[in-house]
Design a protein around this ligand. Structure first.
Ligand code: IPM
Ligand code: MG
Length: 363
């Protein structure tokens, strides 16, 4: 039986960038022996407009039986007035929760050709290669109680709950330690154990897991605010950073920006071994440039490469896609977000074409 890849383009620039990743996918199917059944479905505002829900049961069922999901992006001002439970973002959160995608891998890598695109000095970011492992199905994103309550006297009260259990902490910790062993063997675990009980538990459980199963890996604990500061001061001190859902959301945006372009960074969201993985660019739906052929499709193309590596067991093809992206960057082809002196600016579609061309040259 052929594996299935479900494509969920989503909102804003989602459809444009996903279309370029599909060019790469089609090339791999025709020329590199990739066998995969591709299905398309809707998520986010697209799905809300069509079905009245941002991630329907039917879409969930289709995703559950697939090997991997490639998503564009969700959200936009069009749905600002929609109830929280039905907003585009809620569709993505439902997908993460229902598919049990508890481990979010967000690499922040500085490509040599783009070292000047960073807002930090080249000598601080050159060669940067860190991996943020963000817990994705727990914490304040999903904790109960939550809501806004009317106190009656013109006052309202908004509540969210930060909550973690030992098994949730150890499960994400194990993913981080495992990945560190394949890299530079160092893990920095971030929380706010100085002010939050959930952070204290996080630190204790990570320490216990380290002692019993991963004592060969170098472990450091760091308060999340300090980590935010250290990422700007000396980002290369990090190898793998493991943290909760909310801190991971924030720290991964910061780490992404260190690399110069949010438009370059892919991510993988994984559950239990062998189950469906979801792959998406780290950036959002950029409604301000949607439909203008300006968006950078490379983060989505690199997300496809992560899917090849982590879900489809085609690491050689993943290497090939990454090499093609490197070649395109080295040749000076750039979308507007990473444009530099003496480079050639191209649109979304020409960037996708350039990657396919580079694949042809590599083959
Ligand atoms: C992300 C995004 C999402 C999040 C939104 C779109 C729900 O910011 O993937 O980082 O907050 O997790
Ligand atoms: Mg985010």
């Amino acid at each position: 039986m052929t594996d299935t890849l479900v494509i969920l383009p989503g909102d804003g620039i989602g459809p444009e960038i996903v279309a370029e990743a599909e060019k790469v996918l089609d090339w791999l199917k025709s020329n590199a022996g990739l066998e995969i059944e591709v299905e398309h479905d809707l998520i986010g505002g697209q799905a809300y407009d069509a079905y009245g829900h941002p991630f329907t049961d039917e879409t969930l069922a289709r995703c559950k039986s697939a090997k991997a999901i490639l998503m564009g992006s969700v959200g936009g001002p069009k749905w600002d007035g929609v109830d929280y439970a039905l907003r585009p973002e809620a569709g993505l959160l439902r997908a993460r929760k229902e598919l049990n995608l508890f481990a979010n891998l967000r690499p922040a890598l500085v490509f040599d050709a783009l070292v000047d695109a960073s807002s930090l000095k080249p000598e601080i970011v050159k060669g940067l290669d860190i991996l943020i492992v963000r817990e994705l199905t727990g914490g304040v994103y999903f904790g109960e109680p939550r809501g806004i309550e009317d106190l009656g006297n013109g006052e309202r009260r908004g509540v969210n709950t930060q909550v973690y259990t030992t098994s949730e902490i150890k499960r994400i910790g194990a993913v981080a330690f495992d990945l560190a062993r394949k890299r530079s063997n160092r893990v920095t675990s971030c929380e706010k154990a100085n002010v939050m009980e959930s952070g204290k538990l996080w630190r204790e459980d990570i320490t216990a897991l380290h002692t019993t199963e991963f004592s060969d890996v170098q472990l450091e604990h760091m308060y999340a605010d300090n980590c935010a500061m250290q990422l700007c001061r000396n980002p290369r001190q990090f190898d793998v950073i493991v943290t909760d859902n909310l801190f991971g959301d924030i720290l991964s945006d910061e780490a992404a920006m260190l690399t110069g372009s949010l438009g370059m960074l892919p991510s993988a969201s994984l559950g239990e071994v062998g189950k469906t993985g979801l792959y998406e660019p780290v950036h959002g739906s950029a409604p301000d440039i949607a439909g203008q052929n300006k968006a950078n499709p490379l983060a989505t193309i690199l997300s496809l490469s992560m899917a090849l590596r982590y879900s489809l067991e085609r690491a050689t093809l993943a290497d090939m896609v990454e090499a093609a992206v490197q070649d395109v960057l080295n040749s000076g082809t750039r979308t507007a977000d990473i444009m530099a002196d003496n480079c050639r600016e191209v649109g979304t579609d020409a960037m996708g074409d350039a990657v396919v061309k580079a694949l042809e040259n590599l083959a």
